[in-house]
Write a protein that binds this ligand. Structure first.
Ligand SMILES: Cc1cc2nc3c(=O)[nH]c(=O)nc-3n(C[C@H](O)[C@H](O)[C@H](O)COP(=O)(O)O)c2cc1C
Length: 388
């Protein structure tokens, strides 16, 4: 916030309203809607209400919408039955409606392809007989987490490590679903490689104890993600961009990290970049958080520096409160204008795009307000429940 408490001057945000191009996709500005799961697609099929939800954000000025996590074409991909799928005629027809609505409002949209891996809870799903896919059968060591103890205890029961066939099936599922997405008109693909879900569980040595080509060294832990990126690139061709979300923190433990040093991070992100990633969406809990001791550089800053690829930041833009505190109702979540701080980090070369999550659930017109300097609408604490 500015010291006067007023919104930063419009020239503070001017660079965020410059277009940005990744391969053949040009977005009108640097604001993206962060991927946010909703559970509003019964049977995996997004309906007219989902199209309207995204259309409103595009009409409100969001340059790039990254959808909620979308299940890939694999029986163990997602648990809740209202999470949308990227396969099957009905779901794909629904997505065509979403894409057309967003394009009609002048926006671009990419689906976040998701496999929950260790975090899939079979009991929440329509297929309780299908166990989660885990590189070494492990859920991960619980640390600082929002999950309740009894839930963690249930999920921590080890399952069978993934076989070569299991791995090949999931890679093929990502590629098929990516192709489906492009066929219904999406502008590119976003891959969910963060937060302790399947791809991240290969990066994280705590859940990946393998000693074959999929684990052991830092580079080998990248291999599953690399093969998914390559398979998607082969399925969608060279024109359209691939975004890759990664994080140090996990749902199992917010203090966990898969890379202990910038060198380790560089090995994993470099391999992903070589495989075909066009932009890294570095998921951090607060956009100012430094990634490693001894430097102020944030995770998106490191991603950009280590790979030479563009990056996207996220976490607390337009809000005073951390996501987990909002979820748990700890402290009040207030709409604040912290775009001058975002601009400072942008000028320091930390990122190219800015993802906004909760603020855009609460107010579909948030980006317009950022552009004109109009006061932000007070944060609506009930909006996370509605997600509409
Ligand atoms: C309701 C909700 C659902 C979320 N679902 C996802 C998801 O499906 N995939 C993902 O990568 N991140 C997910 N996130 C994390 C957000 O993308 C974002 O990183 C986080 O909310 C921090 O941004 P914010 O402070 O602007 O809200 C979710 C966050 C919220 C609030």
């Amino acid at each position: 916030m500015t010291s006067s408490g007023l919104a930063p001057a419009i020239d503070t945000v001017a660079p965020f309203f410059e277009p940005f191009t990744l391969r053949s996709m040009t977005v009108a500005n640097r604001f993206a809607m962060a991927p946010m799961t909703r559970d509003f697609s019964p049977g995996g099929v997004p309906g007219a209400d989902v199209a309207e939800y995204y259309r409103k954000r595009a009409a409100g000025g969001v340059g790039l919408i990254v959808t909620e996590g979308v299940g890939v074409d694999h029986p163990a991909a997602v648990d809740w039955t209202g999470v949308p799928h990227m396969y099957g005629e009905a779901a794909l027809a629904g997505w065509r409606g979403v894409v057309d609505a967003v394009h009609g409002a002048g926006g671009k949209i990419v689906p976040q392809l998701w496999h929950q891996g260790p975090l899939r809870n079979p009991l929440n799903s329509a297929r309780p007989d299908v166990l989660g896919q885990r590189p070494s059968g492990l859920w991960g060591t619980p640390g600082l987490t929002s999950y309740e103890d009894d839930y963690v205890a249930r999920m921590a029961t080890p399952t069978a490590p993934m076989t070569e066939e299991d791995i090949a099936d999931v890679i093929a599922a990502f590629a098929r679903s990516a192709r489906n997405a492009i066929d219904v008109g999406f502008d590119g693909i976003a891959i969910h490689g963060a937060h302790g879900y399947l791809i991240d569980s290969f990066f994280w040595p705590d859940t990946n104890r393998r000693t074959d080509r999929w684990g052991g060294s830092v580079r080998a832990r990248a291999e599953f993600g690399v093969e998914i990126v390559k398979a998607i690139r082969a399925a969608i061709g060279e024109d359209l961009p691939i975004l890759f979300r990664f994080s140090q923190h996990k749902q199992q433990d917010y203090n966990a990290r898969f890379a202990e040093t910038p060198e380790e991070l560089g090995i994993i992100l470099g391999a992903l970049a070589d495989a075909g990633v066009d932009m890294f969406d570095a998921s951090i809990r607060r956009f100012t958080m430094a990634a490693f001791e001894g430097s102020d550089m944030t995770l998106p800053g490191w991603a950009r520096k280590l790979t030479g690829k563009p990056s996207m930041t996220v976490g607390g833009i337009g809000l005073n409160n951390w996501l987990q505190d909002t979820f748990k109702g700890r402290g009040e979540t207030l709409a604040i204008n912290n775009l001058d701080e975002v601009r400072r980090l942008f000028d320091d070369g930390m990122f190219d795009m800015v993802a906004v999550g909760r603020a855009l659930i609460s107010d579909p017109e948030w980006v317009q307000k950022a552009r004109t300097g109009a006061p932000f609408t007070p944060y609506d604490a009930t909006s996370l429940g509605r997600l509409a």
